[in-house]
Design a protein around this ligand. Structure first.
Ligand code: CMC
Length: 431
């Protein structure tokens, strides 16, 4: 195959630079500018990474124009309909679907790493009773690095794998403990005979006085939500994990950085913001007023759960969750749920509005996830924590991929300096 090049022309100097092209298996190719500065002394400028591929990856593929999402080549619709979250976790980590024996071994490994060191429990009581559970998550997950000195050699592939398993396994325990601290109840220990999602539900809802039997509908809904949240290629939090990891930081610190990045309302915090928004809108009669606010450039209000940097079509995850919403509401709550009615109407009005049509703003994964979480009895401030549990698999898979790349280098963007030019120091009495 002939190699493709682009020519970058410096018109004033009458010179040009040949830039090679890196092809994708699917998706657009990328012009390789990695040697541009060394060869020509110029940078490229792309704040927000609008046109920049930051790495090569084999994990997830998205076609935003067509609304396609694939994990390791498997369409999200097929995984959502047929797979178990633990199976998807294996797929993302190791690249292939597990056979029955591999799945059983992996499931066992994850199940048997769910307990927390007893000392770690003290960290929770250091937080004020009304601390946001995401604040607790950032702190406690980062502090795991103070406990597992036996597996912190990031150059050792086996150590990396053990850390990956520990993170996936302990995340629900930490999440449930954050919730329990928030509502002032004692922490519930994990049970090894329950599924990943069943265990999480029990750790959230059981008390020392009352056992909790996970509802299979709730378990299935969580399983689906975690599959849909598991990975989304180089989003803000995953890129944060990669950047933190590129300095050779330990995996627990890197994932804590990812959790912090996920928290923002433009990213994983949107599911909490959607429910707050629907509560604020309150009634179908108020939708027009809020649509007008969302379109007003002098108003900071945005339609939460709408729009996406990559999807310029219906987010495939939102379509799957819309269906699941109906099922969960019918079986666990009320299918005439006013919040769901409001969301459907809001979606209908926005999708026919010229402003949203022109900008290709469609519902994203967070538009319906909050309604499902609410129907499962999960409070608003835990929504982003739930997202973090599912996404931990993706973060860890990307960290593992990056760390096993021998060419991996520290991530170090450059800048266009716009500050004061060089000047001399003025002594205090002369200012
Ligand atoms: N409501 C109103 N206008 C919007 C919205 C919205 N939700 N989203 C984008 N726009 C407008 C924006 O004002 C801009 O208009 P104009 O071209 O006139 O300046 C245009 O659409 C393009 O938007 P952008 O902000 O340049 O696009 P972006 O790719 O930088 O931002 C986004 C993507 C997700 C941050 C943004 O759409 C947004 O803030 N949405 C609401 C928050 C949300 O739901 N986030 C969850 C994302 S999905 C879960 C995840 O993976 O994290």
């Amino acid at each position: 195959m002939t190699e493709k090049y682009f020519l970058l022309q410096d018109e004033a100097a009458g010179e040009s630079i040949r830039l090679s092209v890196r092809e994708s298996v699917q998706g657009p190719p990328a012009i390789d500018v990695s040697r541009l500065y060394r060869d020509s002394g110029i940078f490229t400028y792309d704040p927000g990474f609008m046109s920049t591929a930051s790495c090569e990856s084999r994990i997830t593929y998205i076609n935003g124009e067509a609304g396609v999402l694939e994990y390791r080549g498997y369409p999200i619709e097929q995984l959502a309909a047929q797979a178990d979250f633990i199976e998807v976790a294996y797929l993302l980590l190791y690249g292939e679907l597990p056979n029955a024996e591999q799945l059983q071994r992996f499931d066992h490994l994850i199940t048997y790493h769910t307990m927390l060191n007893e000392t770690l429990k003290n960290f929770f009581s250091g937080f004020h009773y009304d601390a946001h559970p995401m604040a607790i998550m950032v702190g406690v997950v980062g502090s795991l690095s103070a406990f597992y000195h036996d597996s912190l050699d990031i150059d050792n592939p086996r150590h990396r794998e053990i850390s990956a398993h520990r993170l996936i396994a302990k995340m629900p325990t930490i999440a449930a403990a954050s919730y329990k601290h928030n509502i002032g109840e004692p922490i519930v220990y994990p049970r090894n005979d329950l599924s990943y999602c069943g265990n999480l539900l029990r750790m959230m809802y059981a008390t020392p006085c009352e056992e909790y039997q996970p509802d299979p509908v709730a378990e299935r809904a969580l399983n689906l939500l975690f599959i849909l949240h598991a990975d989304h290629e180089q989003n803000a939090s995953t890129s944060t994990v990669r950047l933190a990891g590129s300095s050779q930081a330990n995996p627990f610190a890197c994932i804590a950085a990812g959790i912090a990045s996920l928290w923002g309302p433009a990213h994983g915090g949107a599911n909490e913001a959607v429910l707050n928004m629907l509560t604020e809108i309150g009634d179908v009669a108020n939708i027009d007023k809020y649509i007008a606010k969302a379109k007003d450039k002098n108003d900071t209000f945005r339609l939460m759960g709408f729009g996406h940097r990559v999807y310029k079509n219906y987010d495939p995850r939102a379509g799957i969750l819309r269906e699941m919403c109906l099922e969960v509401l019918e079986k666990l709550a009320d299918s005439n749920n006013p919040m769901f009615e409001l969301a459907l109407k809001l979606e209908e009005i926005a999708l026919s509005d010229e402003y949203f049509v022109e900008r290709k703003l469609y519902p994203n994964v967070d538009f319906y996830s909050g309604i499902i979480y609410r129907a499962l009895g999960i409070p608003n401030n835990m929504f982003t924590v739930m997202f973090a549990i599912g996404r931990t698999v993706g973060w860890v898979a990307h960290w593992m991929e990056m760390m096993s790349d021998p060419l991996q280098n520290i991530g170090r963007p450059r800048q266009i300096y716009k500050g004061a030019p060089r000047r001399d120091y003025v002594p205090l009495d002369k200012r």
